[in-house]
Ligand binder design. Structure first.
Ligand code: ZN
Length: 254
């Protein structure tokens, strides 16, 4: 029942691998409502995206054809983005001469690594465990001094600030929806990047999606499950719980 966790968005009809400046890039163009495809992202979108850290160019193109593009940076964040990456991709315009836009493939791999590290750090902190230096490096490129402090409060703040910066640099926005009589917040990502951030938020909140306490996979929880279906430890714990339940119910006839 993943439908509706994140609002649908468009996959551009025109998508190809190319180079912008010296950088390998995914060049794209939205064509029309008819030609572009609508995609409904779910937790599996985020799972496969996290696996793209070492993906080939072709694998990234294939993913983009199914799930759309990051649109990094969108027009609105140009200034902020240029400041951040001036040394890396300096003086490159947002669109090519033909009016096509692009994502750098390096940005795809960097975001895959960052989101994966972010979710794993959140899982560790959630269990009261200290995340490894490797994870902090994957997220920040270094180990920030707050990560070395004993207080978990500061580590959590570090994580949240980073994530909120990312949200600010995306097209993610809240949407109000209704389930029977209750209003609830859902998210519109606008593109793949917004959708990935929205899915991560749902995983952190833990109601509609949850981070597996063991492998950090984001999954759709059934009841209070802490582990995804792929984790034997989780399956074992759940089987034990079901067994206890069955035993209890046979003892006390209804
Ligand atoms: Zn798991």
């Amino acid at each position: 029942m993943s439908h509706g966790i994140i609002a649908p968005y468009r996959v551009p009809a025109l998508l190809e691998l190319s180079r912008v400046g010296e950088q390998p890039a995914l060049v794209y163009k939205y064509v029309s409502l008819q030609a572009d495809r609508l995609v409904v992202p779910d937790h599996r979108t985020l799972s496969s995206f996290r696996g793209l850290v070492n993906a080939t160019d072709q694998e990234i193109l294939d993913f983009a054809k199914r799930f759309g593009v990051l649109e990094w940076p969108p027009e609105s964040e140009k200034t902020l983005w240029e400041k951040e990456s001036a040394s890396k991709f300096d003086e490159i315009p947002l669109a090519t001469k033909k009016g096509e836009r692009y994502d750098f493939l390096g940005q795809w791999r960097a975001l895959a690594q960052e989101l994966d590290a972010f979710i794993k750090i959140a899982r560790d902190l959630g269990k009261g465990e200290d995340p490894s230096d490797e994870l902090w490096k994957d997220l920040f490129g270094r180990v920030p001094s707050e990560a070395r402090e004993r207080r978990f409060e500061n580590k959590r703040a570090l994580l949240l600030n980073r994530f909120n910066d990312r949200i600010e640099m995306s097209d993610l926005r809240p949407m109000l929806s209704r389930k029977s009589d209750d209003y609830r917040i859902t998210f519109a990502g606008g593109n793949l990047k917004g959708a990935l951030l929205g899915l991560t938020i749902q995983g952190l909140i833990g109601q509609r999606l949850r981070i597996c306490a063991r492998c950090s996979e984001i999954f759709e929880p059934q009841g209070k499950r802490k582990y995804c279906e792929g984790c034997p430890q989780g399956a074992h714990a759940d089987a034990a719980r079901r067994h206890r339940k069955r035993k209890a119910s046979t003892r006390s006839p209804v």
